[in-house]
Design a protein around this ligand. Structure first.
Ligand code: ANZ
Ligand code: ZN
Length: 839
């Protein structure tokens, strides 16, 4: 008999599976569709490392399991090869991203084949393929037409190393999500998607989806809903009386304790009233230093800084007191109104600021009412209590006063969100062009008053065009706007993409009026590519539409989505947003893209997360060559619970390889055909019981992604098969064993299964069911009687001795009560049934 040679059998089955297309569901006709998806990878030519493989294999095991349970599993794969990540890699190795992409793709797909995952290769897709990005552009157009894409000048995040703007979600603790370099603020005009319009829905619908809790919490915090009021403070100078400063507060109940206002340095009103600011030079200086600090830096910065707007005062609408106005970078632009009323007695940040600049601190919420002896504050009291020194509201509970004071000021309670709009344009080369054109002529028409109404009618401007005068949508028939091959693709470091110097690209005609016009030369953020790919997988060859509606109805939303938790507020939020937009565009009939999401753990190597930037990457190829993909798969899944990851130390793989060798040899040494039940009945019974217990446990474990414990059960089962007492193994038993091992080790199980003369692949066979009768624990209910009358019942092991049974019976309170004051005459014991005490 042959030895176990993983290399040989793995190559053989890889080929065979591709030819027989056993992992291709019938997309149109499938009766029990199950969309099993792994988060979109963005590999470079360095390819898959063990950490990536860990995630992919974990997702695949689940898919294989569902397939065997009778579902038509769709497990597509592709790659996100557009974007800064791939472009940076090309820059690093001195290649062109367009040629590099093809190399990376080839290597990546090769690796995906050898790890043994059951992919539906017919539906692969790559984001840099113009057949794909045509639809990414199309989505941009729909957003624009629906008024969900707009251009705005504002301070934005700028990565010094990537030389492009970044969305807020891409700035992690003040650093670039991609390259870890410092992010500063720049004033630029950029394209944004109105994700804030969906804040409430994004928050509410979290309740309806089955996702890892930590991811839901991260999204909730990022969306950051708070309830409060907008309150207007009039400026005090008679000639400034037409100016108002609007603030957002979650604590309107504390308004009588406001002792000054603070504006974000960027707040527009400062520029409007600068003539009246007596110390303008000092204020301007402060504004300029604040400008370049990233948002995170401002918040991390403990030492409060600021400048007073001298000569200007605001009137507190609650008591008409005049308050000084300051600017400080602890107030953020883009949140609320970019202005606050400072209540130092009840807000820690205000307290620190007041202490530093010697501003009054006035306590208005007292925790120990009705004895309004307010404690002397050495820190802000942020809790609730009763109002003091608050005019007519004095004595009222602060929670109640929130509503009452809001009404009294003629304002309304409202919700506010931390979430900001998605900055979508990038000053880079390697991405889908933004399908818009700027036309000077149309700009004029839409801004010169006399012409507006007339042109609007004549030229049928859409919502986006009306809201962004001069910007014209590319006609859908002209898509895709192909990204040209250009030699100098390096980021320029200015606010322009390298495409801005390619005349043949940007020179064009206005689709509305035919005049000379200029294409947008920024490209869109990669996160747009990956926010919708799961819609395209189901219909990759559709030339006419983004996807077929009926096919989408059948397959979506994704049933099981597995991926990294680091995308909690990036990819996972953008995808939810885009799905809601597609719903509103009536392309789909559901609100959430991923019904179930589970975050996988991370693979640690030498104490750090395995990643290219950490330089601790392990390439799976070497291990696959040595031990086979099956061994590596099991080794990885055995490291710990899938949701927690584990520490990669390669010593363990040998052990797993031995395990697979034992499985292989088992067949040789103990296999018996045909099914004969004559010998060793009791041993086989024991084995059968363990087998059925294992089916139950492993079914349950896989469903809950506890792959590590499923594997230990398989090991226990193998030990039992190998026991000396078991001389032979029944075919059906061994087949069951192979089936429950197959999601973990698809190759070796397929080989052994076929050697048993099965014609069809094990991977499309039925998942075994366990027999409840066979796993019943060997216990019975011991009935306890006194004079033939039932007094108590115990669970006892079958075969319990009379002595033990007697002890149990006599220890029972109920029996003791019945025996009270009586003498025992005799005890009758019926094995495995009852014990009767005669008195
Ligand atoms: C007065 C007040 C009194 C406040 C008090 C708090 C406690 P959330 O939404 O939970 O983060 N705030 C409002 N806009 C701000 C901005 N742009 N930058 C920095 N801080 C801002 O908290 C909202 C509270 O944060 C608001 O309520 C405001 O301070 C501050 F005893 O107003 B509060
Ligand atoms: Zn025009």
């Amino acid at each position: 008999m042959e030895k176990y040679k993983p290399k040989k059998i793995e190559a053989k089955w890889q080929k065979e599976w591709l030819v027989k297309k056993i992992y291709e569901p019938d997309i149109k006709k499938a009766k029990k569709p199950f969309y099993n998806l792994m988060m979109f990878p963005y590999p470079s030519a360095e390819g898959l490392h063990i950490g990536n493989m860990y995630a992919f294999v974990g997702s695949d095991i689940y898919g294989r399991f569902k397939r065997m349970q009778g579902k038509n599993v769709f497990e597509p794969v592709g790659l996100d090869g557009f974007g800064i990540h791939s472009e940076n890699y090309a820059l690093k190795i001195g290649a062109h991203p367009m040629t590099q992409a093809k190399k990376s793709e080839k290597n990546f797909y090769r690796q995906l084949n050898i790890i043994g995952n059951g992919y539906a290769w017919n539906e692969h897709l790559e984001t840099y393929d113009s057949e794909y990005y045509k639809w990414t552009e199309w989505i941009f157009l729909q957003m624009f037409k629906a008024g969900l894409a707009y251009r705005k000048n504002s301070p934005v995040n700028w990565c010094l190393s990537c030389k492009t703007v970044l969305a807020d979600e891409q700035v992690i603790s003040g650093k670039c999500e991609r390259c870890d370099s410092e992010v500063i603020k720049k004033d630029l005009e950029q394209w944004f998607f109105k994700i804030t319009k969906y804040a409430e829905r994004l928050l509410k619908d979290l309740e309806k989806i089955d996702w890892s809790e930590k991811v839901k919490i991260a999204q909730k915090n990022w969306i950051g809903e708070s309830t409060g009021a907008m309150i207007k403070f009039q400026l005090a100078k008679p000639d400034l009386a037409s100016y108002q400063i609007e603030i957002f507060t979650t604590r309107p109940d504390t308004i009588f304790g406001a002792t000054y206002l603070v504006l974000a340095p960027e707040n527009k009103i400062i520029q409007d009233i600068k003539e009246k600011i007596e110390n303008w030079n000092e204020v301007l200086k402060y504004i300029n230093t604040a400008k370049n600090k990233s948002l995170e830096k401002r918040q991390i910065n403990k030492e409060k800084t600021g400048a007073e707007l001298k000569g200007i005062r605001a009137i507190n609408p609650a008591n008409n007191e005049e308050l000084p106005i300051w600017i400080s970078d602890y107030v953020l632009t883009g949140y609320g109104t970019g202005a606050i009323m400072a209540v130092p007695a009840h807000d820690t940040r205000d307290f620190e600021f007041a202490k530093k600049f010697n501003l009054p601190i006035k306590m208005v919420v007292c925790p120990n009412y009705p004895k309004p002896i307010c404690p002397v504050l050495d820190e802000a009291y942020e809790g609730h209590g009763h109002l003091v020194a608050s005019g007519n509201f004095t004595g009222m509970k602060s929670e109640e006063a929130k509503q009452k004071i809001t009404e009294f000021l003629g304002s309304k309670t409202q919700k506010n969100y931390k979430l900001r709009d998605w900055l979508i344009s990038r000053q880079r080369y390697w991405g889908p062009p933004i399908p818009l054109i700027f036309c000077n002529n149309c700009h004029k028409k839409l801004t010169e008053k006399s012409q507006i109404t007339d042109s609007k009618k004549r030229l049928h401007f859409n919502k986006g065009e009306l809201e962004n005068p001069g910007w014209i949508a590319v006609p859908e028939n002209d898509l895709p706007i192909k990204l040209p091959f250009i030699k100098n693709f390096r980021p320029t470091g200015t606010d322009k993409s390298p495409l801005a110097s390619i005349k043949s690209f940007y020179e064009t005609k206005c689709p509305k009026c035919g005049n000379k016009a200029r294409r947008e030369t920024d490209v869109s953020d990669t996160f747009l590519d990956s926010a919708w790919y799961y819609f395209r997988y189901i219909d990759v060859n559709n030339k006419k539409e983004i996807f077929n509606k009926n096919t989408a109805k059948k397959w979506l939303p994704v049933n099981m989505y597995i991926g990294g938790a680091e995308h909690s507020v990036l990819h996972l939020l953008y995808s939810r947003f885009l799905t809601k937009v597609l719903k509103d565009l009536k392309l789909i009939n559901f609100n959430e893209p991923f019904t179930k999401f589970r975050a996988h753990g991370l693979i640690i190597k030498d104490g750090a997360k395995m990643s290219k930037s950490k330089g601790n990457v392990v390439n799976p190829d070497k291990y696959i060559k040595l031990f086979g993909a099956d061994a590596l798969r099991i080794y990885l899944m055995f490291l710990g619970p899938f949701s927690e990851g584990g520490d990669f130390r390669d010593e363990g793989i040998r052990g797993i390889s031995r395990f697979l060798n034992r499985v292989w040899n088992l067949k040789i040494s103990k296999f018996q055909i045909p099914n004969s039940k004559k010998n060793q009945k009791s041993n086989n019974q024991k084995l059968e019981k363990l087998l059925h217990q294992s089916i139950k446990k492993i079914t349950d474990d896989i469903e809950n992604l506890r792959y590590n414990t499923a594997i230990s059960q398989l090991m226990i089962l193998l030990n039992a098969f190998e026991e000396k007492a078991v001389a032979t193994i029944e075919k059906t038993h061994f087949e069951i064993f192979l089936k429950i091992l197959s999601p973990f080790a698809p190759f070796v199980t397929e080989e052994l299964w076929r050697q048993l003369e099965n014609k069809k692949s094990i991977h499309i066979s039925d998942w075994p069911k366990y027999d409840v009768k066979k796993i019943k624990e060997e216990i019975f209910e011991l009935v306890t009687q006194v004079n033939g009358k039932l007094r108590d019942v115990f669970k006892a092991p079958i075969g319990i001795t009379e002595e033990k049974a007697r002890e149990m019976a006599l220890n029972s309170k109920k029996t003791q009560n019945a025996l009270m004051g009586k003498t025992i005459k005799k005890i009758i014991f019926v094995p495995n049934k009852l014990i009767n005490i005669v008195v």
